[in-house]
Design a protein around this ligand. Structure first.
Ligand code: AMP
Ligand code: GLY
Length: 426
């Protein structure tokens, strides 16, 4: 069986790692992949956003399954293009991917279905948005409608900051087309949790919960990043919580999409805020999270290929998402300076020693092979991951591996999973 994974980050290496263990022993291709995926399959030098390039490769190589990792190709319709040519693709069609591609569309689905979410107003006119934020109660959240590489959400402590945020998006057009429409949202307080589900067009089956760490520095300080680490399970995950999330969020979302004639197939990721009134939706993503996937897939009991095929065929079962009781912790090591300017091309030492340890995985993100060496090539470089009995023990194990890996100016947070660990102790 031939599988193409589209993407080249930590998420895609984790997918390749899980697929490489599948009893079907697939031959893996990754476009474009990284130094980690190169150890498990063949990297194909096609950028994930190059939809024509991926489709042309599929025509030549005829993969049995294509798994689309990032949001950009999904929102641009890669799944539709592949399916139109008779190829099986895991991931939502363009219309369904708008849940991530347009925050205005996502909010309209949430509101129409009566799903708990922040109150929000949509604006296409800067003057009207400015007048609104001057009169509204702070804090406020200003969101660019379209994809903005994780930078399009601005948390504003007061009206002045909110006016600046509106100007950034609509007048200075710092997010390009993505900021032509904006949402101005009520600020929700609470703890965040990522709930991902496999979806087969009809129903959703929840994967284990995970918690991301978005800020660059310990104690949730510093700038927002793509994610500095994740762990699973998140402390709020109980059977009741899962039922509430399924009944009040995932099922009504799919029902509302169906009402609009849209079929969702793939992974649906709901970023939730645990408020005093229960979980509310902050955002939807139309794909696996990064780094959440690195902390979720090692906990998945069964093989991924049958689960993905069931999503495509419309016969998903709860068993497809069954998980192991162990905890999983992923600590992201970044290049110094990330998410600002950072170095590239530094040699990474200690990977062989780390690979020899049991129940730990080093998922590559921004790495590449250069002159026989593995070197840094992105902001998020590695996701050092461990499985273990308790969260505390697992985090310790992950940090022992982190300590063995070195590259120039490496940075990582020292408090990944700390919130979960302190909760499980009390
Ligand atoms: P989003 O891309 O919509 O998930 O936003 C990115 C991050 O901004 C989220 O993970 C939250 O930390 C924060 N955020 C988004 N919307 C809100 C909100 N309404 N209230 C508080 N924080 C928010
Ligand atoms: N970890 C956040 C995301 O994947 O968007």
């Amino acid at each position: 069986m031939k599988i193409l994974i589209v993407g080249g980050g930590g998420r895609e290496h984790a997918l390749a790692w899980k697929l490489a263990r599948d009893r079907r022993h697939p031959v893996l291709f990754c476009a474009p992949g990284n130094a980690g995926t190169a150890e498990l399959g063949i990297n194909v030098p096609i950028p994930a956003e190059d939809i024509d390039g991926v489709v042309a490769w599929a025509r030549r190589e005829k993969p049995d399954l294509t798994i689309i990792g990032p949001e950009a190709p999904l929102c641009a319709g890669l799944a539709d293009r592949l399916q139109a040519e008779g190829f099986r693709a895991f991931g939502p069609c363009r219309a369904a991917a708008q849940l991530e591609g347009s925050k205005v569309f996502a909010k309209s689905v949430l509101q129409a279905a009566g799903i708990p979410t922040a109150q929000s107003e949509t604006f296409t006119n800067a003057e009207k948005a400015l007048a609104y934020v001057r009169a509204a109660k702070a804090p406020l959240v200003v969101k660019a409608d379209g994809l903005a590489a994780g930078k399009g959400v601005l948390i504003c402590a007061n009206a002045r900051e909110a006016e600046d945020a509106v100007a950034t998006a609509m007048i200075h057009q710092s997010f390009g087309k993505a900021g032509r429409q904006i949402l101005v949202e009520e600020f929700l307080e609470g703890e965040e949790v990522s709930m991902l589900a496999l979806v087969d067009g009809r129903q959703a089956v929840l994967l284990p919960s995970a918690q991301d760490h978005k800020r660059a520095l310990d104690g949730d300080q510093g700038l927002n990043t793509g994610g500095m680490g994740a762990y699973s399970p998140a402390p709020m995950e109980t059977a009741d919580f899962r039922k509430i999330v399924l009944d009040t969020i995932f099922n009504p979302t799919l029902k509302e999409l169906r009402r609009r004639g849209i079929t969702y197939q793939g992974v649906l990721y709901a970023g939730l805020m645990m408020t005093a009134a229960g979980p509310k939706v902050l955002e939807f993503n139309c794909r696996f999270g990064d780094p959440e996937t690195q902390a979720i897939l090692p906990r998945l009991k069964g093989d991924l290929i049958p689960a993905m095929e069931a999503c495509i065929n419309g016969n998903l079962l709860p068993e497809h998402a069954a998980c192991r009781p162990e905890a999983c912790v992923c600590v992201v090591m970044t290049a110094g300076g990330y998410p600002g300017a950072y170095r590239k091309g530094d040699t990474i030492a200690g990977l062989k020693e780390a690979a020899a340890l049991s129940e730990t995985m080093v998922f590559h993100a921004g790495t590449k092979l250069e002159g026989g060496q593995i070197v840094t090539s992105g902001g998020r470089v590695l996701g050092v991951t461990a499985l273990g009995r308790t969260l505390a023990e697992t985090a310790e194990k992950a940090y022992q591996v982190v300590a063995r890996i070195t590259f120039q100016d490496a940075h990582y947070r020292r408090d990944i999973a700390a919130k979960g660990i302190s909760r499980t102790k009390t």
